[in-house]
Design a protein around this ligand. Structure first.
Ligand code: MG
Length: 330
C-alpha cells in the first residue's frame, strides 16, 4: 500500500483490491467476507446482506439520479446472489444549504425504484454537515434479501460454462462523464441504471442453470471477468467483437482513451450459465434488452486469466483495470 490513499484506490480494479485486502480484509478477516461476493450470504444460505455508498457527481444525470442509483446499486447486489431484495436502510450525509426540493426529488425516485424491487426502507439516518465538508449529498444504503436461488458464486465457474452480458456495456460511465463535462451529444446517451431483480426472476423462472452473476459496476465487465477467473481458477475466453457497445459510448471511450469493458455500468450484468442453457438464457435476457449477447466460454487455456479473442484470430489478455478511472461515477 502507498502511504496515502489516492483516487485510483477507489477504481474498482487493481488498486481498489489492494486497499481492501491490505487494510480491511486484514483486520475484519472472516470466512464470509473472504468469499468476496456481491453480497454476503448469511444465516445458512437463507439471506443476502450488502451495503453501498453513493457519491455520484452530478446528482442528476440522463436516465437517473443519485436516489435511483442508491436503490438499484444495493438491490442489484442482492439480486446478483439470487436474492429477492426486501429491506433497506438509507443513510444520508447532507451539506448545509442543500435544496430540500432536490432532496425530495431524490427520495421520490428512491421510492419508485423500491417499488420495482418490492423492497422497502425500514431504517435510516440523517446527518447535516457544514458547507464544504461534503459535496452536496452522499447516500449509503444497506440491504437484506431472501435467497431464492442458492449456490450462485464467483467461485462456481466451471469449464464449458458460457458467459453472457445482459445488454450493451459502458453506458453509465460514459453518460456520467458526458454530464459532468457538459458534453453535448447528438444522440441522447443515457445511464443503464436499472433494477435487475426482474431479469433475475425471469432467468430463475425459466429454470436456467446459473453459476454466477455480477453487475458490472466500477471496473466494468473487465473487473467482473478477472475476479471470476481468479476466484474459480479458470480461464475465461471472450470473443471481442461479441461485446455490445453503443456508438456514443465508443466515441466517449476514444476521447478518454478508455475501453468500454472498463467503464462502469449500473444496470448491466455478466452471467455465467451451463453451456447447454446459453441459448435459453439469451432468449430470456433479450426480452428486456435486444443488445444482450453470449460473449464467451470458460476454458482451461490459462487459469486465472481472461483472454480476448479478436476477429483476426489474435489473442490478448484482458487485465483487471488499474489507474485513475472515472471517480465519483457511483
Ligand atoms: Mg455488484
Amino acid at each position: 500500500m502507498t502511504k496515502n490513499i489516492n483516487i485510483a484506490h477507489g477504481n474498482g480494479g487493481e488498486e481498489n483490491n489492494d486497499l481492501i485486502r491490505s487494510i480491511f480484509y486484514k483486520h475484519f478477516e472472516n470466512d464470509i467476507l473472504a468469499k468476496s461476493e456481491d453480497a454476503a450470504v448469511i444465516e445458512n444460505g437463507k439471506l443476502a446482506f450488502t451495503t453501498d455508498s453513493f457519491t455520484v457527481s452530478p446528482l442528476f444525470f440522463p436516465g437517473g439520479d443519485i436516489g435511483k442509483l442508491a436503490v438499484c446499486g444495493t438491490c442489484n447486489d442482492l439480486a446478483m446472489m439470487g436474492a429477492k431484495p426486501k429491506y433497506l436502510t438509507c443513510s444520508v450525509i447532507i451539506e448545509e444549504g442543500f435544496s430540500s426540493y432536490e432532496l425530495e426529488k431524490i427520495v421520490r425516485s428512491m421510492k419508485k425504484e423500491l417499488e420495482l424491487n418490492g423492497a422497502m426502507v425500514v431504517s435510516g439516518d440523517t446527518k447535516v454537515v457544514p458547507k464544504g465538508s461534503v459535496d452536496k449529498l452522499f447516500i449509503n444504503t444497506t440491504g437484506i434479501g431472501e435467497i431464492e436461488y442458492g449456490g450462485i458464486s464467483a467461485h462456481a465457474l466451471k469449464e464449458g460454462a458460457s458467459i453472457l452480458v445482459s445488454r450493451d456495456v459502458g453506458s453509465h460511465g460514459a453518460a456520467i462523464f458526458a454530464a459532468r463535462e457538459g458534453i453535448e451529444l447528438e444522440t441522447s446517451l443515457k445511464t443503464d441504471c436499472a433494477s435487475l431483480y426482474p431479469e433475475v426472476r425471469a432467468l430463475m423462472d425459466a429454470g436456467i442453470d446459473i453459476a454466477a452473476m455480477r453487475d458490472a459496476t466500477r471496473g466494468g465487465v473487465a473487473a467482473v471477468l478477472n475476479e471470476w477467473a481468479k476466484s474459480s481458477d479458470v480461464c475465461i475466453e471472450i470473443e471481442e467483437e461479441k461485446i455490445p457497445v453503443q456508438e456514443e459510448v465508443k466515441g466517449i471511450c476514444e476521447m478518454l482513451g478508455f475501453e468500454a469493458v472498463n467503464l462502469a455500468n449500473e444496470g448491466t450484468f455478466v452471467l455465467a450459465v451451463a453451456g447447454s442453457d446459453k441459448e435459453r438464457a439469451l432468449e430470456v435476457l433479450q426480452k428486456t434488452h435486444t443488445s444482450s449477447t453470449i460473449i464467451g466460454t470458460v476454458t482451461d487455456l490459462h487459469r486465472g486469466r481472461v483472454i480476448l479473442n479478436s476477429s483476426w484470430g489474435t489473442k490478448r489478455f484482458l487485465d483487471l483495470p488499474s489507474g485513475e478511472l472515472l471517480p465519483r461515477i457511483c
